[in-house]
Design a protein around this ligand. Structure first.
Ligand SMILES: Cc1cc2nc3c(=O)[nH]c(=O)nc-3n(C[C@H](O)[C@H](O)[C@H](O)COP(=O)(O)OP(=O)(O)OC[C@H]3O[C@@H](n4cnc5c(N)ncnc54)[C@H](O)[C@@H]3O)c2cc1C
Length: 639
């Protein structure tokens, strides 16, 4: 997935009174006639027997549909409409994974959706979250509907191999539109990936009845039939994978992450989750589990936000990767998920960030020409209210988070309970059913509770819970704030220059942040204020001189936790126990936390994973363990 996304180039034609989008790239209409909606229902929904299967979903069951081309979103909306009509009244969830190489522009998507008035209420919700044309996975979440979509933008040949099989796809929509894009689409590569992501009982439906698809499926021992499609006009394809039970290795991994054996009977129930540490990592995980209906207890040795997450304001300030690398750039991926996620909270405030290019060879400024409109300011809009000698790029999609407001809103959740306790140990209990609970033990050796899963989000202290974690590094940092009521910055404008500054409120400027490696002391110090002053003075000397004297400044110091390779640690820490970690968030914790929490949830609850196998492996907390290869002796004595 290494290229920039090209949106679909469309021609609009009026056919039978319908405003029909036709792809110029492939010379093919996206839907064939006024009956396209009924056809989609017949081929994809009935072809996969979804009426019966979705109605029967058990409490907490998670059903996953896979689609090989998102197109105008007609199948997605049709599926969602059916789900709305017949979903059981419990905690079951429907998820769609869809891939698209040439997504419609938002304007074209809106126009195409107008063709189907009956789908408008759902289309409007989808339009609100319609992603920017940037490669990678875009998770669209509709919690009130118990419905979500992972829309992977990229070439299906490159996307499918990197999807992690944390949950097998239950039903596939094999769209025929692809056939014109790739004449040999159903040959080896794509089909073997579709099969890799499937499982015993997975069904397949398509209106493409080609020999290559039929033969390809049969090669994988998938039973295929070709009944009549809508109006009995032409055949469609229906298939089911009925593997012998002995062959049923449920989770085929493309990742080095240890995978829990998925036991359906265990999984469809409310889980008891313990989280150690109530910083942004722990709070984000708590929210992700609780919003799925699971019971969460968060323990903190001090108080929520006692550690690095407790500054008065945090800035979401990603330095985006080059557009052709966006699907492999963790900061860009995390930003894409974090922005819509935080907008759900009153703690979020949208802001523009002027990112200064401090070095002559900085390729930062080039990004403006690469990304779609609306992400970076145009030259005209890039006007700064602070004088500087440095060129800058203004990111329009950024924001600030008030950690305290976020904490309050998350802890208000009925399924999240906070307890003050210093956790010292996690003990695995075994029972004969292999459903081993984990005991959470405090420093007085008291058992605080027994849980199905434990998430260790204890920053530097996380390493106490597993000898397998690498040595973590502390980096002291301090933010400073001061009264600037005489010279306030625009409230929707931040600056980033190695440090950062923005209005904390109407009266105060906040400056970040000093950085002292290998220090864990947390007292606010004058020397750190000086450091923050020096940073702002180096780029905005005139403004810096207008600031109130340093003696009047206030500050807060804390410790960033860093891993040996600077990336977070995310995933299971012991192969044989339901203990996971999310730690070492470095200097970008607020940006990483929402997406990484979704990945953790995917691993724990066996849901779809919104991050590629490359990143899941790269963040695996066990990545530093050296694999010892058995050595062959140089010389073997003749026996
Ligand atoms: C000065 C400074 C400015 C920053 N600015 C930004 C910014 O603008 N934007 C941004 O995205 N990031 C920023 N960061 C980085 C960000 O703050 C961190 O990445 C993030 O807060 C880490 O979150 P965490 O939950 O992993 O750790 P923490 O917030 O440190 O939380 C860990 C929690 O675990 C608890 N705990 C530890 N051990 C135990 C135990 N045994 N039992 C129970 N509880 C335990 C602690 O009490 C603590 O509350 C900044 C960091 C610093 C230091």
């Amino acid at each position: 997935m290494s290229s920039a996304i090209q949106t679909a180039d469309l021609d609009w034609q009026c056919v039978d009174g319908i405003d029909m989008p036709v792809s110029k790239q492939f010379g093919q209409a996206y839907f064939s006639s006024a009956h396209a909606l009924l056809e989609a229902q017949h081929v994809f929904l009935n072809g996969n027997d979804l009426t019966t299967r979705l109605t029967k979903l058990a409490d907490f069951e998670y059903f996953c549909v896979g689609e090989t081309a998102f197109g105008t979103g007609l199948n997605a909306l049709t599926l969602w409409q059916m789900w709305q009509q017949l979903r059981p009244n419990n905690h079951s969830h429907l998820h769609l994974i869809s891939v698209e190489k040439h997504p419609l522009t938002k304007a074209d998507f809106i126009r195409a959706a107008n063709v189907w008035p009956e789908l408008q209420p759902l289309a409007q919700q989808l339009i609100q979250q319609y992603p920017l044309p940037i490669a990678g996975c875009h998770r669209l979440d509709f919690p009130a509907e118990r419905f979500s979509i992972d829309l992977w933008l990229g070439d299906v040949n490159e996307v499918l191999p990197v999807i992690v099989k944390t949950k097998a796809v239950d039903a596939w929509f094999l769209n025929s539109f692809l056939s014109s894009q790739y004449p040999d689409i159903w040959k080896k590569n794509v089909l073997s990936q579709i099969v890799r992501l499937s499982n015993n009982g997975t069904t397949f439906a398509s209106c493409s009845v080609t020999d290559s698809l039929i033969e390809g499926l049969r090669e994988h021992d998938i039973s295929v039939s070709c009944p009549s499609a809508f109006n009995n006009q032409y055949p469609m394809l229906k298939a089911i994978w009925n593997r012998a039970k002995s062959e049923n290795h449920d989770l085929i991994t493309t990742t080095t992450q240890p995978q829990r054996q998925f036991n359906a009977a265990d999984s469809f129930q409310q889980r008891e989750i313990a989280i150690i540490g109530a910083g942004i990592a722990g709070l984000s995980c708590a929210y992700a589990f609780a919003s799925r209906g699971h019971q969460v207890t968060i323990y903190d040795q001090s108080a929520p936000l006692a550690g690095a997450s407790g500054n008065p304001l945090a800035l979401l300030n990603p330095r985006l990767g080059r557009i052709e690398h966006s699907a492999q750039h963790l900061v860009t991926l995390a930003w894409q998920y974090a922005m819509p996620h935080y907008q759900k909270f009153k703690a979020f405030r949208p802001i523009h960030v002027s990112q200064l290019a401090l070095k002559a060879d900085d390729d930062l400024l080039e990004l403006a020409t690469q990304y779609p409109q609306g992400i970076f300011a145009t030259k005209k809009e890039n006007i700064s209210d602070l004088e500087t000698a440095y060129p800058s790029l203004k990111l329009l999609r950024a924001g600030t988070i008030s950690p305290q407001l976020l904490r309050d809103q998350i802890l208000e959740h009925a399924l999240i309970q906070f307890q003050h306790a210093e956790v010292s140990e996690l003990r695995k209990l075994s029972d004969s059913n292999q459903k081993s609970k984990i005991q959470v033990i405090d420093i007085k050796q008291q058992c605080l509770g027994e849980f199905d899963h434990v998430m260790v989000c204890a920053a530097m202290n996380s390493q106490k819970f597993s000898q397998q974690l690498p040595q973590l590094k502390p980096n002291r940092g301090q933010v400073s704030w001061l009264n600037n009521a005489n010279y306030p910055l625009k409230p929707d404008q931040a600056y980033s220059y190695g440090g950062y500054c923005m209005q904390l409120d109407e009266q105060h400027l906040i400056l970040g942040a000093s950085f002292y490696p290998d220090r864990e002391d947390e007292e606010a110090l004058a020397e750190d204020h000086l450091h923050n002053y020096a940073l702002i003075h180096s780029v905005f000397p005139d403004y810096a001189q207008s600031l109130a004297p340093i003696e009047t400044w206030q500050g807060r110091a804390s410790v960033r936790t860093q891993s040996p390779d600077y990336f977070p640690l995310l995933g299971k820490i012991q192969p044989d126990a339901e203990i996971y970690t999310f730690t070492a968030l470095g200097s970008k914790g607020f940006l990483f936390a929402p997406l990484c929490s979704e990945v953790l949830v995917a691993q724990v609850l066996a849901e779809a994973c919104p991050l590629s196998s490359y990143w899941v492996n790269k963040l695996n907390p066990q990545r530093f363990i050296k694999k010892v290869k058995p050595k062959k002796p140089y010389y073997q004595k003749p026996s």
